[in-house]
Design a protein. Structure first.
Length: 525
């Protein structure tokens, strides 16, 4: 009986561990901003903009170097067994090492060209080459563990990577500013180099975990295993790996593509339509929505990535059993709503104190509040799209996902100049929101038509989540209005306010979920 019930909580357990690792690493990656910006003061806006420019291009080279390997490795690791699996992992490792070396060299030598005339960007990009060198191999290790549902080690590696990255960022910033009395530009270079340190230490940890495991967690063998793969005849060669991996490049990297589009089009379009704005003003606005707001919403999106990363191997293993698939997809949607809807509602309504807590009160509220609110809506669609895309890939319906993303990218490119012309500084975010909505609808409609998902959804529990989210929106809107009128906008006040409000309403929400059996249902699924 225990063997039969074992699969039931794999999605929840895997998601819980990945969520723990992702949340912890994302929170660390966001909280560092508080002391970091305090040390930089008013220069933090310029520093964040410069760091954002470097990281946007860094994300592109990470996507290029990993070439979708993590998800492809997870998918094939979930299918293969024994010698074939080890053979495949060996080939994937070789590809990752070569890709890391090639892409790191490209980033180093192309840095002057990619800087687009800004000399400050060149050392920032070159400081990230060491991370690009090792990250593909790190991704293969994580993909292997993901395919085996060994989420604990992945979560620990995420935390290790982020902890040492943040520790180096803060210590180097303090040393440069307070002891050396150096430049803020040097601080940014060392802060971006910290990504390399974190990646190398996370790689060492995973190597130790794989070759000295504490315990083994294996996927149960489904009834349809023989239909999935014939291991005696399966030949995993370079072409097979690339065919599996390349679609993940586009699907895994399309979220970053929005930032790339904004980085290369926002400034020229704003200059064209609003010539009275100075270049510095445009750069400040760009930094607020492309880096600051984006960092906040990625905490939310990472929760959806946790669900999606666990869904992929489970869907792949059971893609010929419609009944089990419908159950997993329905369960993933319930988890998504439970986690993401309240988080987006909170960020939307409490945008001002959250932004001040992380980035200080250096910008005008009328500039950043609507940007954070639109970003919260974008986070909702980004998260759902991530889950839906992973489901489609697990079902080998990659073309459907790619078609939806392609249409969405075209919508973004067409809407970008129109929305910037009509709405000014909000235009880039609104174009992204429209694009993400289109992608989500295309993927969602296909999955709903392909599977009988609606019949498996727990409508009663979903309605509770929907109503609770609406309650948060209304209540937090009233509280936010009161806070704006009577609370002085400082970091300390914002922190105290968020702790009090979060504790009260977070506890209340968990109590409602527990009383109505939502938490118990998810735990037992």
């Amino acid at each position: 009986m225990k063997q039969v019930n074992q699969p039931k909580n794999q999605l929840t357990n895997g998601t819980a561990w990945l969520a723990f690792g992702n949340i912890t690493s994302r929170v660390l990656g966001a909280l560092y901003v508080i002391p970091w910006t305090l040390m930089l003061g008013t220069l933090s806006l310029q520093a964040n903009t410069l760091m954002g420019k470097g990281y946007n291009l860094y994300q592109f080279f990470l996507m290029l170097s990993t070439a979708g390997l993590p998800s492809a490795v997870a998918k094939l690791t979930a299918q293969l067994q024994g010698y074939e699996k080890h053979k495949f992992i060996g080939k994937a490792t070789l590809i990752s090492l070569c890709a890391g070396l090639l892409c790191s060299l490209l980033l180093w030598f192309l840095a002057p060209f990619l800087s687009v005339g800004d000399p400050n960007v060149i050392p920032v990009l070159r400081s990230l080459t060491f991370a690009v060198l090792i990250f593909p191999f790190l991704s293969v290790l994580r993909g292997q563990l993901q395919g085996e549902l060994k989420m604990v080690d992945i979560a620990k590696s995420d935390i290790i990577e982020q902890f040492f990255r943040v520790a180096y960022m803060l210590s180097s910033a303090y040393f440069i500013l307070n002891i050396q009395h150096g430049s803020w530009k040097t601080v940014v270079v060392h802060s971006t180099f910290a990504a390399s340190l974190g990646a190398w230490l996370a790689t060492l940890f995973l190597l130790f975990s794989i070759y000295h495991p504490n315990k083994s967690v294996r996927l149960p063998q489904p009834v349809t295993h023989d239909a999935l793969i014939n291991q005696n005849n399966q030949e995993i060669n370079l072409r097979h790996i690339l065919v599996q991996a390349l679609p993940f490049v586009l699907i895994g990297g399309f979220l970053s593509a929005y930032q790339w589009i904004d980085q290369f089009t926002f400034h020229p379009l704003m200059t064209m339509f609003y010539d009275k704005l100075s270049s510095d003003d445009i750069e400040t606005i760009f930094g607020i929505f492309n880096f600051n707001s984006n960092k906040l919403i990625m905490i939310i999106v990472s929760l959806s990535v946790s669900i999606a990363s666990t869904v992929l191997p489970l869907v792949t293993r059971n893609r010929f059993d419609s009944r089990i698939l419908e159950k997993y997809i329905s369960q993933a949607y319930l988890l998504f709503c439970l986690i993401t809807l309240p988080a987006c509602a909170t960020l939307y309504t409490l945008a001002k104190p959250i932004y001040i807590l992380f980035y200080g009160n250096y910008a005008q509220p009328q500039a950043y509040i609507p940007m954070v609110q639109i970003s919260a809506l974008i986070a909702l669609f980004m998260g759902l799209t991530t889950v839906l895309a992973m489901i489609l890939q697990g079902l080998s319906k990659t073309r459907i996902a790619l078609r939806a993303i392609g249409i969405g990218m075209i919508v973004k490119l067409l809407a970008q100049p129109i929305m910037i012309y009509l709405t000014g500084t909000m235009g880039a975010l609104l174009a992204t929101l429209i694009s993400m909505t289109v992608i989500t609808l295309l993927m969602g409609i296909y999955i709903i038509r392909r599977f009988n998902i609606l019949a498996h959804l727990d409508i009663k529990k979903l309605n509770v989540i929907y109503i609770s989210t609406l309650f948060l929106l209304v209540t937090f809107s009233l509280i936010s209005y009161w806070e704006a009128r009577f609370v002085v906008p400082t970091r300390i006040n914002a922190g105290i306010f968020l702790i009090v409000v979060g504790s009260i309403f977070g506890g209340l929400l968990l109590g409602v979920y527990k009383k109505l059996g939502i938490l118990g249902t998810i735990k037992n699924q």
